[in-house]
Write a protein that binds this ligand. Structure first.
Ligand SMILES: Nc1nc2c(ncn2[C@@H]2O[C@H](COP(=O)(O)OP(=O)(O)OP(=O)(O)O)[C@@H](O)[C@H]2O)c(=O)[nH]1
Ligand SMILES: [Mg+2]
Length: 656
């Protein structure tokens, strides 16, 4: 089960409360004092925010709950992303004071898209300014109408605030429950219309559990993680309404790696959620792409801590040692039907990172490599020409965290230069190219033909075959497909090419052959390398024919400002290339919405206080990509075989 929310809604505090309620800890720790179970990193304790997801486990009513506390700050959304694929259920926390916030929307949208059963916990009912009805209304207007309040709040906004669950005697509750359940249940609708009183309360509760487990409906609980109000009811709700996975212990081994860490001796540790089967120490396992590994140690999350065990089985979360080059997202054993698709927008900033003092580049590269293992989206890359290191980022807080982590864990001081936005390229037309074995300038023992076509916005990259699968060994197709994806990471202007369909139109190879009684002769037979080397050349030619347009990330912004400051704010928006819609004025307050290049959001944020006497509030989130206006930014290339490519392109151009 995951706990998700906008930053500061109270996830970590709630986790602490739940652990206390089930007897895992005797004293409730505090985020503000840096004493919680799940905010265990030095930086988390120092800053009072969660940076990495953390696992704890407890048993309630014979059900083992593996709980993952996640960070809420949008700069760490990648941590949530990695966890989503292993969840059976989720608790979405919303503050009763702040209500529905931008990240709340982003998260529930992803949970619903993935059909993760989710209950909502409206937290902080003890705080002044807390609302109940207003939050419910905001949830149904901004998030989803498929909700049902599970009780009411007494003493709202006071330390003594309490949650009273509804029962069979609350007729308004049972009526509303029947109504929302009937939205997805025609039989219930018919029965209810026929005779309201014929529907038993027990039946409604069973249907509520069934629909919640199918992620059709979201029960809403209220409470306070600080005082503990409503936490017992939430706990009962979790066991009643979220599905317990019946994982098949005797089935084939299947698990997903959702987190990677390093132990004190630098050894790699994989956090795995097991879906089926059992893994023992010394088992040899198929992991991800790169073959078999022997498990050297296992620890399983149990009653708060993780403990050494000889094995781990379906339904448990464990740390595994010995998995070599394991990466986040790898599957252990049989792959569960997972898509590698991302659920949230990728980072939109890129920055050059340099050592501040005498640290050498090698040490920095090593340290960043380790950070990239734990956070692949930072997408560490080196520009071969200028020998600079780049990392991708979501924002300023993540930047500070990387800086401090390098200082604390590796003793390396760094500076960031030139932060720029990360653009993408989309093909503007179609293009095709082919190279046939033995026909110059094709330097490789492979035939590859590829065509490029634009595809729907947001659709990503699709690879199709127009040649029969039987025309060459499957491994060669795999090599071409993988290289296509690799090559598209750097388009004509150096940015990731996306929203396109790549079709393989020609395929051919030289079969394995050798002179009689001699050993296999590589110079006469195709190898995977021939396809991996030829594909970028062919694809680049096709792409040059198609042409691409560079698009930059655009944020949708929401601005609340005093009406009399609209005059000074509007010209600044124009200057920052923002495109606001007509302002909505309500008395002394004014609301503005529109689009703004991601690159300008920081500047707007910086100028806002001076423009609005400190009252303006800006919220923004990535909304999509639009063609860059003005100078086209070019990103330095980091080709894996730049020489081959340059020489080849010269010849292709000469031929053209
Ligand atoms: N009054 C009140 N304060 C709360 C409650 N829950 C959390 N807080 C406070 O809200 C702040 C944030 O709490 P956290 O538990 O760190 O919130 P979080 O959602 O884990 O935050 P991130 O992980 O950084 O996104 C802390 O100062 C808590 O003490 C509550 O129910 N009532
Ligand atoms: Mg937290």
């Amino acid at each position: 089960m995951g706990i998700l929310a906008h930053v500061d809604a109270g996830k970590t505090t709630l986790t602490e409360r739940l652990l206390h309620a089930v007897g895992v800890i005797d004293e409730v720790g505090s985020v503000d004092e840096g004493t919680t179970q799940t905010d265990s990193l030095t930086l988390e304790r120092r800053r009072g925010i969660t940076i990495k997801s953390a696992v704890v486990s407890f048993v309630v009513d014979d059900i083992t709950v593996n709980l993952i506390d996640t960070p809420g700050h949008p700069d760490f959304i990648a941590e949530v992303e990695r966890v989503l694929s292993v969840l059976d259920g989720a608790v979405l926390v919303i503050s009763a004071v702040e209500g529905v916030q931008p990240q709340t929307r982003v998260l529930l949208r992803a949970l619903r898209r993935l059909h993760v059963p989710t209950v909502i916990f409206v937290n902080k009912i003890d705080r002044r300014g807390a609302h109940d009805a207003r939050v419910l209304q905001a949830i149904s207007e901004k998030l989803t109408p498929a909700i049902i309040a599970m009780g009411s709040v007494l003493d709202l906004g006071m330390r003594s605030a309490a949650f009273r669950p509804y029962g069979s005697a609350d007729v308004a509750f049972t009526a509303r429950l029947a109504e929302v359940l009937a939205d997805h249940d025609d039989a219930l609708l018919a029965q209810y219309v026929d005779d309201e009183t014929a529907v038993a309360y027990r039946q409604l509760r069973d249907l509520l559990a069934a629909q919640t487990k199918q992620a059709l409906l979201h029960p809403v609980f209220f409470g306070s993680a600080i005082t503990g109000a409503g936490v017992d009811c939430l706990m009962a709700g979790i066991t009643e309404l979220l599905p317990a996975d019946e994982g098949d212990v005797d089935g084939p081994v299947s698990g997903t790696v959702f987190k990677v860490d390093r132990g004190p001796a630098g050894e790699k540790i994989a956090y795995v959620r097991m879906f089926s089967g059992r893994v023992r120490t010394r088992d040899r396992l198929q992991v991800g792409r790169d073959g078999e590994h022997k498990i050297t140690a296992i620890s399983v999350f149990d009653h708060g801590a993780d403990v050494r065990r000889p094995s781990v089985c379906a339904g448990q979360i464990s740390k595994l040692w010995g998995l070599g080059d394991v990466q986040i997202g790898d599957t252990i054993g049989t792959a569960r039907t997972t898509s590698e698709q991302h659920h949230f927008a990728p980072p939109t900033l890129e920055t050059v990172i340099v050592p501040a003092g005498a640290t050498d580049k090698g040490a920095l590269h090593f340290a960043l490599d380790q950070l990239a293992e734990q956070d692949p989206l930072i997408n560490l890359r080196q520009d071969d020409v200028r020998q600079e290191l780049f990392v991708s980022l979501y924002g300023e807080v993540q930047k500070e965290v990387i800086q401090q982590t390098l200082a604390i864990d590796f003793g390396i001081d760094v500076e960031f230069l030139d932060t720029t936005t990360i653009c993408i390229e989309r093909p503007t037309g179609t293009g095709a190219a082919v190279e046939i074995i033995g026909k110059p300038p094709n330097p490789f023992l492979a035939t590859v033909g590829l065509s490029v076509e634009p595809a729907a916005i947001g659709s990503g990259v699709e690879f199709r075959l127009e040649v029969s699968l039987g025309s060459m060994p499957f491994a060669f197709f795999r090599a071409v497909e993988a290289t296509v994806h690799e090559t598209l990471r750097q388009g004509l202007y150096g940015w990731q090419v996306t929203d396109c369909t790549i079709t393989m139109t020609h395929a051919g190879y030289a079969p394995r052959q050798s002179h009689a009684h001699q050993r296999f002769d590589k110079s006469m037979s195709s190898t995977g390398g021939d396809f991996r080397n030829l594909t970028p050349l062919v694809l680049t030619s096709a792409l040059m024919q198609a042409g691409t347009v560079v698009c930059e990330p655009i944020h949708r912004f929401h601005l609340d400002i005093p009406t009399d400051t609209l005059g000074p704010v509007l010209p600044v928006l124009t200057q920052l290339q923002a495109v606001p819609q007509a302002p909505v004025i309500q008395g002394s307050w004014c609301m503005l919405e529109g689009g703004i290049p991601a690159a300008r959001v920081h500047e707007l944020q910086r100028q806002l206080p001076a423009l609005t006497r400190g009252d303006g509030v800006l919220e923004s989130a990535l909304a999509g990509y639009q063609p860059v206006r003005g100078t086209i930014p070019i990103r330095p290339r980091t080709d894996h075989n730049p020489l081959d490519r340059r020489e080849y392109l010269r010849q292709v151009l000469r031929r053209a």
